[in-house]
Design a protein around this ligand. Sequence first.
Ligand SMILES: [Zn+2]
Ligand SMILES: [Zn+2]
Length: 350
Amino acid sequence: MRAVIFDAIGATPEVREVPEPVAPDGGVVVRVHATGLCRSDWHAWAGHDEIALPHVPGHELAGVVSAVGAGVAKWRVGDRVTVPFVCGCGECEWCRQGDAQVCPDQEQPGFTHWGSFAEYVALHAADTNLVAVPETVSFEAAASLGCRFATAYRGLVGRAQVAAGEWVTVIGAGGVGLSAVMIAKALGARVVAVDRNPEALAVAKQLGADHVVVSGGEDGAEVATAVHDLTIGGSHVAVDAVGSEETCSDAIHSLRRRGRHVQIGLLPPVDGHPRVPMARVIAWELDLLGSHGMAAVDYPGMLALIEQGTLRPQDLIERVVGLDEAAAMLPTFDRATVAGMTMIHPVTTN
Ligand SMILES: [Zn+2]
Ligand SMILES: [Zn+2]
């Protein structure tokens, strides 16, 4: 099969013929019809995750089951499926209580094994992790859920429990941030979107953001001050959808007293651990909430809103590319100023 592959950390990704995966016991192989290109793929390529080399990235996918391993009860060849980027083991106490997103024995395609920038991908513990994709939901829309959209959904619904009328500040208007804007508006919240890129903020406006704030640079606003002015006292919920010391701090400082901060962007350590403004967290009694994807068992509520048209993840897709273009884009993805999601079609004739 054809796949995007790199042989060393930071090496130029290539498209090559590689062996097709075999369905593991309890798992399946999926023919990939659509797979998203995400900043997490760049983190793996840049050496921020423990991966075995050579490596095939890709963790946001949808497709059709092409092979079924021993012991799988619920899935058949030909089923349309997607999967959360965190695949739980299905057996531990967290998986049994429906929290496979924090399973200590989790597998992640594109990180713990070869991922979906390929014609085929192996997925583990299929009965725990696969999600049926309704005929009315496209492969592209389904692939966009696996990481960024589902993480934003769980961050706002499951973790921060956003209520109608609350202010939600979203820092970063990339894939996860724009997902958060769309979901917050669907929940009836009022939204402030913050980004360095005015083009990305224009998309956030189209998705319903009530206010946008351009950050950084000489003309950029001081984010927390701008948010406090717009929301008269700070937002109830803030989301760091970027993952940097600055964006995390801006998000926390933009909260009102007793606000809830949701950290979604991966936060690389500075001197061993990220620096977080804990003095404000204590004095204002802020809640810090992590969000790490969403278990397959929680997908039906989100999929119902997509089928109704209340949530339209397909509107977040800005461009569709092939494997060759994806290989070229991967090394620059940390600096990409493009708005919206990039979707890959690994198979030219779907
Ligand atoms: Zn588990
Ligand atoms: Zn992702």
